[in-house]
Structures are given as C-alpha cells and as structure tokens.
Ligand binder design. Sequence first.
Ligand code: C5P
Length: 233
Amino acid sequence: MHGEDRGRLMVALDVPTFDKAKELAGQTGEYVAHFKVGSRLFTAEGPPLVRNLKESGYGVFLDLKFHDIPNTVAEAATAATSLGVDFFDVHAAGGTDMMRAAVEASGEEADRIGVTPPRILAITVLTSMSSTVDEVLALAERAKDAGVDGIVSSAWEAKAIREALGTDFLIVTPGIRPAWSAKNDQRRVATPQVAIANGADYIVVGRPIRNAESPTEAARLIVEEMAPAEVRK
Ligand code: C5P
C-alpha cells in the first residue's frame, strides 16, 4: 500500500460511545493515521478517549470548531494543546483576532510543555451549506493571515484555494463520497480521487466508512482509490 495515502485518510469517529469509537478505530486503523473526534463523542467521552487513541498510536483531530470571543478560544486552544491533539479547528468566521489568539495560545502552551504545537485548521463554510468560491477564498485568506496552518473546505473549493494560497497551507476536505456510497446530507461532495487531485492534503470520511458493511474494506478501498491521483500528479 502507498504509505502516503494511508496518511491522507482521516476517519470521523461520529459514534456515541468510547466502545463504539474504539471498535471503529480498530476496524479501520490499519488504513488511517488520524481519527477525527467531534462534538458528540467528545461531549460524551472527552479527554480519556483522546488519550486512549493517542496511546494506541493514532493521531487525533479534535473537531470542536471553536467560535467565541478571542480570550475564550485562546483558553480552549491551550486546553487542546495540553491534551495532546494533532489538529484542532476554529471557525474562520470568528475573525482574525480570534484565530490569532488560538495560534498564539497554542504555541505558548506547546513551548511550556515541550511539545510540537497542534496544527490549527480554520473552518470556512460547512460542507452541508451552499457558498460561493469567493466567500470561501476570503475566509481562507483571512485564516492564513491569522497564522493558522490550513483550512477545512469542500473539495470543490480546494483547487481555487490551492492556487490562491500556495502549497504551504493545509487543505482538509470532508464531504467525501466514493462513487459506491450514499450522499446523505452533504451537498458539495467529491470522490477521494477528485479531492486529492484538487489539492487536498487530507480527506475526512465518516458515514461511507461507518455505515459500510465492512468498515475495514471501505477504508481500504478509499486509500486504494486515492493512489491513482497521487501517481498522476
Ligand atoms: O459522514 P460524513 O463523511 O459526511 O462526515 C463528515 C464529517 O466531517 C462530519 O464529522 C462533519 O462534522 C465534518 N465536517 C463537515 N464539513 C465541514 C467540517 C467538518 O462535514 N466543513
């Protein structure tokens, strides 16, 4: 298997309990470098689950989409950094000062405890909503100016963002639907190959893996499907 492609798949652990999260992680872990822990699972199981995933050797993307006054987001960024996550996210709509506060607080906490700071992603527009490329580009530019490491956006905008903001900026794309899966409530969907060809560094996949008859096989297929785009680059 192509090592880099395994590294590109982030699986959303959108399940209600610690045990279900560990089950899905166990089924797919061979193909996944990072698991995304979102608001439902984190509200239910919190830091012990994140620590458990880290102890099992997985990376964690803490997807709590912080959006509050700068001081509160800075404190949340400090907490996420001391918890040891690899990625966390903030809403770009929260503004430049809010994003900058997250970057500074996370950097200071990482220095204080002697770790590499987590990478901070900005949410542009949720993939369940409609938006124009111009809106997404404006938010992405604001995020880059504020010093965040990358953005979460649909694969549809990834190409324009890559062209406008260059290679030194991470693009993470949810709303991924392989040809063999259902679309659910996602509007701006793309296949894994298209997302990677459009410049995504990571893809986030939830239901196509979680609801598959075999999550292991679904994860394997997705990683395999990403490889051809990689070869074409
Ligand atoms: O199940 P599905 O593959 O649609 O899951 C997508 C995941 O990505 C969900 O956890 C959702 O919260 C998340 N997400 C998204 N759009 C964003 C940011 C995160 O769908 N802009």
